[in-house]
Design a protein around this ligand. Structure first.
Ligand code: SAH
Ligand code: SF4
Ligand code: F3S
Length: 456
């Protein structure tokens, strides 16, 4: 049996996947520090190693198997290390079975719906020395007593709902995260107020489809109402959210975004494809025409808005003509940025059963064509920022250039500029000097005080 010295051990945590997983890791870190663990980035130095996994595409899954292989050696050298796996991959029984059979160095497996049990699972493992597997299929019990060890003090994620009911035919999320469940608005508002008292300036509301927020509450309350309530909190200067499903984006939400001064001029509106045939096969419940009309409505109401999206190429049955429709839509929407994906077959989803899978070679070719079309559009959007003054929330020292700081505009553009690191966490005005496809560079204005939008 292992000694019970875990109260002074060190932990490290590796996170794959989306912001939801990132935030789960922040909650896990908070719980571990509550029971006496200390954080380290050095895996060799750890007593507890956690991999928070993602299942969205095959390569996310393969990365974890690769890491587990590498860890065999470390575990042989230091068998006292506790190795835990959690996250979306662990919700699949077949995957758990593979891990239990092939990667015997794993000590604890838990899922996305019971992360609050981790301290208890560690205890049980330490007492019995056994491999523990604890998975909850039902979507997460809303646990209000857990806090999070947030990476930044000035910006924070807030979960507003868990799970997803949409069953897009390519996607594993409804199978890993369970059915949609909204948190009570009072709890969300209370969390935002607490964050604001601690100096947080920017909140990002998380949900797989924030536009359907409130549907599982026992009263008449929706996402727009939540935004309006959060907009009243002193100290919170910026409100972001992800993700919006186009099928549920209401006129009321567009109006709310336009009227709430703290709601940033950025909308992430995943389109996935521009072909009506493919959108239908994906079970997305909107057409290209409906999407385009939404986009023009939004741009009309909020002229400076930055629009970003997710696009999948090579969904089963996608022909050259279908792909052309996607390119055509992307050109019409003039996206500011996009996450682009090659369709990845996910076991258990409807699309995995479809017979007309697109050959890899064609998928890769279309992917490259899509990037070649998108990058000049991103670039052109950024050019408009030249010589303009933007409000930037200073985030950190640039990873590539220690002499520069980076921050984001309200439209979520990444800006580099020279400045003192004391500015981190502050809102300042930066004048843009040069722009590129993904970033821009500028200088701080001497009389910098936070402003609002781009000054024309
Ligand atoms: N709930 C969010 C997205 C969650 S997943 C939404 O509906 O917008 C993030 C993105 O991953 C999706 O928007 C989609 O573009 C991509 N994705 C999901 N499953 C995929 C798959 N099987 N292959 C390729 N990309 C996928
Ligand atoms: Fe997946 Fe669709 Fe749900 Fe997004 S809305 S998580 S793409 S099923
Ligand atoms: Fe991945 Fe799960 Fe998020 S599958 S993208 S970590 S919801």
């Amino acid at each position: 049996m292992k000694q019970s010295y875990y109260k002074k051990g060190k932990y490290c945590i590796f996170t794959y996947g989306c912001q939801m997983n990132e935030h789960d890791s922040e909650e896990i870190a908070w719980m571990l520090e509550n029971i006496g663990y200390e954080h380290t980035d050095n895996i060799e130095d750890s007593n507890l190693i956690i991999y928070n996994t993602c299942l969205i595409r095959e390569n996310a899954e393969l990365k974890v198997y690769g890491k587990l292989g590498e860890l065999k050696k470390l575990k042989r050298k230091r068998p006292d290390i506790i190795l835990c796996l959690c996250g979306c991959m662990m919700q699949r029984e077949e995957i758990r079975n593979i891990i239990l059979k092939k990667y015997k160095q794993v000590d604890i497996i838990f899922g996305v719906n019971n992360i609050q049990k981790l301290p208890q699972l560690i205890d049980t493992h330490l007492q019995t020395g056994k491999t523990i597997v604890d998975i909850e299929e039902e979507s997460r019990q809303i646990e209000e007593s857990i806090d999070a060890k947030r990476k930044y003090s000035y910006k924070a994620f807030i979960n507003i709902m868990y799970g997803c009911n949409n069953f897009c035919t390519y996607c594993v999320v409804p199978y890993t995260r369970g059915r949609e469940k909204s948190r009570e608005p009072e709890d969300i508002i209370c969390e935002a107020e607490k964050l604001s008292k601690e100096g947080c300036k920017e909140i990002t509301l998380l949900g797989q489809n924030v536009n359907s927020y409130g549907k599982t509450l026992n009263r008449d309350y929706n996402f727009s109402m939540l935004l309006r309530n959060l907009n009243n909190i002193d100290g919170i200067e910026r409100i972001r959210f992800m993700t919006s499903h186009p099928k549920d984006l209401s006129d009321d939400l567009i109006l709310t975004m336009a009227q709430c001064d703290k709601v940033c001029e950025h909308l992430h509106l995943p389109v996935q494809s521009g072909s009506n045939k493919i959108l239908k096969a994906m079970n997305r419940n909107y057409t290209k025409e409906k999407y385009l009309s939404l986009v023009s409505k939004i741009k009309e109401r909020i002229p400076n808005i930055a629009l970003t999206t997710d696009i999948i190429v090579g969904f089963p049955g996608e022909t050259e003509e279908d792909f052309e429709e996607t390119i055509d839509l992307a050109k019409k929407c003039k996206y500011d940025s996009a996450f682009t994906f090659i369709y990845s077959v996910r076991e258990g989803t409807k699309a995995a059963e479809m017979k007309n899978q697109v050959p890899d070679e064609i998928k890769h070719k279309r992917f490259q064509t899509l990037l070649d079309e998108l990058y000049p559009i991103f670039n052109e959007n950024n050019l408009k920022y030249n010589n303009k003054t933007v409000e930037v929330l200073v985030e950190e020292i640039s990873k590539n250039n220690p002499k520069m700081l980076t921050g984001r505009t309200r439209t979520n553009k990444l800006v580099h500029f020279k400045g003192n690191k004391d500015l981190i966490g502050k809102l300042i005005n930066v004048k843009i000097d040069t722009t590129k496809t993904f970033t821009m560079e500028g200088h701080i204005l001497d009389n910098s005080i936070a402003g609002g939008d781009i000054f024309e």
